[in-house]
Design a protein around this ligand. Structure first.
Ligand code: AMO
Length: 452
């Protein structure tokens, strides 16, 4: 059975892609090239047809004038539809009127696969559609060059952050996501049935990344999904997100962790600006490399700042979305930058494993990094002293016996350490100025969404 014939298409055969669309430039005029991709835009002017071919690198114009191409090519071109999958072989010809200054005149167009009429447009800017409709059709939505670019930029941010840590001796680890206990408090845990037992989806690699320092790794990092059963749909919460965590031993204090993060982000921003320049331009983002050190401000001072602006909030409260929005305006005025560390959170607002402050009574050696008014990182120095750790678990109302797997190793010599957790989608969202975190998640999971 010839599946290809039955589907009305052709196999790729021995054709090999020679170029990506962005590599078709005037200096290769006269060369024969083979491109593979999708029919992005089609314009039929009768005796001449234009097609814009889209591939991973962007788009390029293919021009099909009846009098310059074979009958077969002209006829095949007549069968093309939006999103038909094609292999086009042809000559690169200078064309000052085309966007790239060149176009391709085909000697062969091979239809590799057909596409049915589309539920949403892949060409942007024709009609604006609701995010929900876009997410329902996410695979097609991701084909849009601007949407695709978001994830290429995210890739660069993660790639260079990882590269930075690797060069500083951090070891990449992979810890279980099926766990026995909450790390961050019980409020937003997903419970699962684990054979005869109750288990949970990990909210964070917190306990295990710390334990790996007790296991002798010195510095570790993990980039992996974590799960939060946030009940409400907000523009900055999803129920599964990618947590970028690192943890380092032998620190003299939380300052070492903050310094590592600011240097990592500067490096990642700089290298992303260099390697994802085309994608950033497509999204109209001028990525400036921030200056180090990022400003540091204590939580108590943040509360004063907000109170002075008329916001009713006390040191015992978490920052609500309005406070964050206000800080998004106040910080650039005060510090001239939108990346600001907030430090010394009160004990009651931080998890049991956070090191209490020796200098600021009732506070902790912890921080959040805020970016354009949104928390993108939480971190801190951890308690490495067994008895203090147990005391803090009790103070938070936990039964230490349930946490023996975590607490016991601290009896046998734990190094001083600290670390952080950075939300990859939040970083991407803030860097690109996206309205909703779902735009920075390939396939977001929220209260109402479990597919695609
Ligand atoms: P925390 O709970 O503050 O800290 O989470 C760390 C970072 O993860 C991101 N984040 C989220 N992103 C999307 N959707 C959510 N529902 C969501 N919840 C959190 C934010 C946040 O700053 N174990 C600690 C980290 C540490 O101290 O190492 C923790 O998980 O960007």
């Amino acid at each position: 059975m010839d599946f290809y014939k039955q589907a009305g298409v052709e196999p790729i055969g021995d054709r090999k892609r020679t170029h990506l669309s962005w590599q078709i430039t005037p200096d290769i005029a006269g060369q024969m090239v083979t491109l593979m991709g999708w029919v992005h835009i089609l314009r039929d002017k009768g005796r001449i047809k234009f097609l814009v071919l889209r591939d991973e690198g962007g788009t390029i114009q293919v021009t099909i004038p009846k009098k310059k191409v074979s009958e077969e090519v002209f006829e095949t071109a007549g069968h093309l539809k939006p999103e038909t999958v094609v292999a086009v072989t042809g000559e690169v010809v200078e064309a000052p009127q085309a966007k790239a200054g060149v176009e391709v005149i085909p000697t062969e167009i091979r239809i590799l696969n057909t596409a049915e009429p589309l539920p949403i447009d892949v060409v942007e800017g024709k009609v604006s559609i609701e995010l929900d409709t876009r997410l329902n059709n996410r695979i097609l939505d991701l084909r849009k060059p601007r949407v695709n670019a978001i994830f290429r930029i995210q890739h660069a941010l993660v790639r260079f952050s990882r590269e930075f840590l690797e060069e500083r001796g951090f070891v990449e680890i992979h810890t279980p996501k099926i766990v026995a206990e909450a790390t961050e408090g019980g409020a937003n845990l997903f419970e699962i049935q684990y054979f005869e037992k109750k288990a949970f989806l990990a909210q964070s690699p917190q306990f295990y990344k710390q334990l790996m320092l007790l296991a002798g790794f010195g510095r570790v990092f993990e980039i992996a999904p974590v799960f939060r059963a946030e009940k409400h749909n907000t523009r900055r919460h999803i129920n599964e997100y990618t947590s970028f965590d690192f943890e380092m031993a032998w620190i003299s204090g939380v300052e070492d962790v903050m310094q590592m993060e600011e240097e990592m982000l500067c490096y990642a921003f700089k290298r992303t600006a260099e390697t994802a320049a085309r994608e950033l331009e497509l999204l109209g983002v001028d990525l400036q490399v921030p200056k180090t050190p990022f400003p540091r401000i204590k939580y108590v001072e943040v509360i004063d700042l907000l109170n002075a602006e008329g916001k009713e909030i006390s040191i015992h409260d978490d920052l609500d979305p309005e406070s964050e929005r206000m800080l998004g305006e106040l910080f650039p005025e005060k510090f001239g930058t939108s990346l600001v560390f907030i430090t010394h959170y009160p004990l009651e607002l931080r998890p049991a494993y956070t090191m209490p402050s020796m200098t600021d009574k009732g506070m902790t050696e912890s921080f959040d990094l805020t970016y354009k008014g949104m928390e993108i990182t939480t971190g801190g120095q951890r308690i490495h002293l067994h008895d203090l750790l147990v005391e803090r678990f009790r103070a938070k109302g936990f039964n230490p016996d349930h946490f023996r797997f975590y607490l016991d190793p601290f009896r046998y010599g734990a190094p001083p350490h600290g670390g952080l957790g950075l939300g990859v989608e939040r970083l991407t969202m803030q860097l690109l100025g996206l309205e909703n975190i779902r735009e920075a998640a390939l396939l977001p999971r929220d209260r109402d969404r479990l597919t695609p």
